[in-house]
Design a protein around this ligand. Structure first.
Ligand code: MN
Length: 258
């Protein structure tokens, strides 16, 4: 896998009483989960989703990532049914670098969190929202602009925990040295326009300050939702997988709601 560096943050925002977002940012997996459902259920669901990815073996392939997501979906759905957790669920969106694959990255999505890529000044969204408003946009019934004010703008059409068949959107994207990825919850992209996100994301090599700046912008623009970002740079050299000591890597972390 390629050498990567990253920064990840989550913030409760300005309006919500608690943070139901969660994230994982480790050597190979970077993902955001946006939990939903009242009475603490959302934060349980989002934590379960990222923890399922954190339990992947050191060496894994795409099939194991997708299987981990399916198992989390089954577990969350069961818990929702067992504990009167109707409406409990979570998005799960991110990227995974298979250790034996240095030429592409797995991009996966369920729900309306997003993955963007900045490559040589070009900013692309790599995921498709699974939401009521995205379906209306796709059908030509409303515009992106209308979607921002639509009463159903928070309703997702796929989630982990909904009890149904889980259709995971995924793609395998070719990598270029210098690619920069952003994984974020809707608390960022609802508050900050894509061109502004692109400009901040491309502002220099300091990923920590870029992550802080994105959270500040979301809060300055209203902070109406929890906001989570993970920024990942793909380096220019390969590293040997057996050179990574995952038990002592200090930057490994699983972020969950507090
Ligand atoms: Mn959200």
């Amino acid at each position: 896998m390629p050498q990567v560096s990253w920064a990840a943050r989550t913030d409760v925002g300005r309006r919500r009483a608690k943070n139901e977002d969660a994230f994982i940012a480790v050597e190979r997996v970077f993902a955001v989960a946006d939990g939903m459902g009242g009475h603490a259920k959302g934060e349980v669901a989002s934590a379960m989703a990222v923890e399922a990815l954190g339990a992947l073996p050191t060496v894994f392939q795409r099939t194991e990532v997708l299987e981990a997501i399916r198992e989390a979906h089954t577990d969350i759905s069961r818990l929702a049914a067992d504990t009167d957790g109707a409406g409990m669920g979570t998005t799960l969106t991110g990227i995974a670098f298979e250790p034996d694959n240095s030429t592409s990255v797995l991009v996966f999505n369920v729900g309306d969190s997003r993955v963007y890529r900045l490559r040589e000044g070009r900013f692309d969204r790599l995921t498709h929202d699974h939401s009521v408003v995205q379906e209306l946009i796709d059908a030509g019934e409303i515009t992106e602009f209308d979607a921002e004010q639509h009463p159903d703008r928070h309703i997702v059409t796929r989630s982990l925990g909904d009890g149904g068949h889980l259709d995971i959107e995924w793609s395998q994207e070719e990598l270029q040295a210098g690619d920069r990825f952003l994984v974020c919850s809707d608390g960022l992209c609802r508050e900050v326009a894509d061109p502004v996100i692109a400009e901040v994301l491309g502002a220099g090599p300091d990923l920590d300050s870029i992550a802080d700046r994105l959270l500040s912008l979301a809060n300055d623009n209203g902070g109406r939702d929890n906001v989570t970002v993970a920024i990942v740079d793909v380096g220019r050299g390969d590293i040997e997988i057996d050179a990574i000591d995952i038990s002592t890597t200090p930057r490994d972390e699983v972020g969950t709601a507090k």
